[in-house]
Design a protein around this ligand. Structure first.
Ligand code: ZN
Ligand code: ZN
Length: 343
C-alpha cells in the first residue's frame, strides 16, 4: 500500500459514521489495518511452535517422547489438518459439498484447532487468493516481487509466512457474506481464542490422564500441541509457497499453481493445487489415478454417512478438456460422461 493510500484509509476511520451503508461494490480491504498487538500475536503463534520444533530434535533422542505422545500428535494433526483441508478450504471457502448442521459445526471447530486464524478470516483471505491468484491483490503469491531468482527467493518466503505479518486485512463483508449470515459460524469465528486454548490444552490433559503423571502431560503438550501445530502450519504454508512455484502443471490454469506429489499425504491432498486452481469447487483435488487425496476419501465416507451431500465430484467431461498434454487417467469418485449424476 502506498503512503498516501494508507493515510486515506486511516483518515477514513476518523470520518463520522454514515447514516446508511454505502451501496455499490465493497472494497477488498477493511478500512482499519490490523493493529500492532494483533501482529505481535501472530508472531508469537508462529515463533513459539517453531522454536519448539527445533528443540524437539535433541529431545527425540533423550527422554521425553513416548508412544502416547506419538498417538496424540497424529490424532490431533489429523483432526486439525482435515478441519483445514475439508472444512476451511473445500467446504467453507469453495462449497465443494453441502453439510448437515452438526457436520458443519464440527468442521468449523476442527479447522480452528489448527491455529490458522478464525474461520471467517481464513475464508476471506483464501477467496481473495483465488480472485487475484498470482496477480496484484493476491495476499500470498511467491511471484509478488518478480521472477528472477532473487525476487523469487524473497517471494517464496513472503508466500510461506511473510504475508502473515502484513497489516492488510481482507474484507469479510466483501468475501464472506454467506458465512457472516450464519450465526453458528460467526460464533465459532468469534470463539477463536477459546478454541486455541482447547487445542493446546486438550493433548496435555489427555496425555496426563492417560499416563497418570505430570510428565505425561508435559510431553503430550510438547509433541501433540506445539510440534503438531508447527508442523501443520508449515505444511499449509507450503501450499501457498511451494505449490505456486514448483511441481507439475497437469491442468490448464491462468496462474502458477502446480501439483506437488511429495506433500500429498501430509497435506491430506491439498498439494494437488494445480487441479484445484483449474477447478476450484471440485471436492477431490487429486483427480488422476494414483493421486492420493485423504480429504476427498473422508468426504466420500461422510457422504455415505449422510453428513455431506451434493458433493461436487470430479466431472470427466469438464476435466478432460482442461488436461495438459497426455496425462494419466482420472481416478475413482469421478462422474463419468453419460452418468445420471447431477452437480
Ligand atoms: Zn482454494
Ligand atoms: Zn493457490
Amino acid at each position: 500500500m502506498t503512503a498516501s493510500a494508507e493515510v486515506t484509509s486511516r483518515s477514513a476511520v476518523l470520518t463520522p459514521p454514515q447514516p446508511s451503508r454505502p451501496t455499490g461494490p465493497r472494497p477488498d480491504l477493511e478500512p482499519e489495518p490490523s493493529s500492532t498487538g494483533e501482529r505481535i500475536l501472530v508472531a508469537t503463534f508462529v515463533a513459539v511452535p517453531m522454536l519448539a520444533l527445533l528443540a524437539a530434535i535433541p529431545l527425540a533422542w533423550g527422554w521425553g517422547l513416548g508412544w502416547h505422545d506419538v498417538v496424540l500428535a497424529i490424532v490431533f494433526y489429523a483432526i486439525s489438518g482435515l478441519g483445514i483441508s475439508m472444512g476451511f478450504h473445500r467446504y467453507f471457502t469453495h462449497g465443494s459439498f453441502k453439510a448437515t448442521r452438526g457436520f458443519k459445526i464440527a468442521l468449523g471447530v476442527a479447522g480452528t484447532l489448527a491455529l490458522e486464524g478464525p474461520v471467517l478470516t481464513w475464508v476471506a483471505d483464501h477467496r481473495r487468493h483465488h480472485k487475484y491468484s498470482d496477480q496484484e491483490g493476491d495476499p500470498h503469491s511467491p511471484w509478488r516481487f518478480g521472477d528472477d531468482w532473487k525476487a523469487l527467493t524473497k517471494g517464496l518466503l513472503f508466500a510461506h509466512m511473510g504475508w502473515l505479518f502484513g497489516t492488510e486485512r481482507t474484507s469479510e463483508q466483501k468475501f464472506c457474506p454467506d458465512w457472516l449470515a450464519d450465526s453458528d459460524i460467526v460464533r465459532i469465528s468469534r470463539s477463536f481464542a477459546w478454541l486455541v486454548a482447547a487445542s493446546l490444552l486438550a493433548p496435555a490433559l489427555i496425555g496426563g490422564l492417560w499416563s497418570w503423571s505430570w510428565q505425561g502431560a508435559v510431553t503430550a503438550f510438547f509433541w501433540a500441541s506445539l510440534v503438531r501445530v508447527a508442523f501443520l502450519h508449515h505444511v499449509t504454508w507450503s501450499i501457498n509457497s511451494i505449490c505456486h512455484t514448483f511441481g507439475k502443471e497437469e491442468f490448464e490454469v491462468r496462474d502458477k499453481s502446480r501439483n506437488v506429489s511429495w506433500l500429498a499425504i501430509l497435506s491430506f491432498g491439498e498439494s494437488w493445487h494445480n487441479l484445484h486452481h483449474s477447478d476450484p469447487t471440485c471436492a477431490r483435488h487429486g483427480v488422476l489415478k494414483g493421486q492420493i487425496d485423504i480429504a476427498a476419501r473422508v468426504i466420500w465416507v461422510a457422504e455415505k454417512l449422510g453428513w455431506a451431500y451434493a458433493v461436487r465430484w470430479p466431472d470427466e467431461s469438464r476435466l478432460t478438456g482442461k488436461q495438459v498434454g497426455r496425462s494419466r487417467k482420472l481416478g475413482s469418485m469421478t462422474k463419468r460422461a453419460g452418468s445420471s449424476a447431477t452437480s
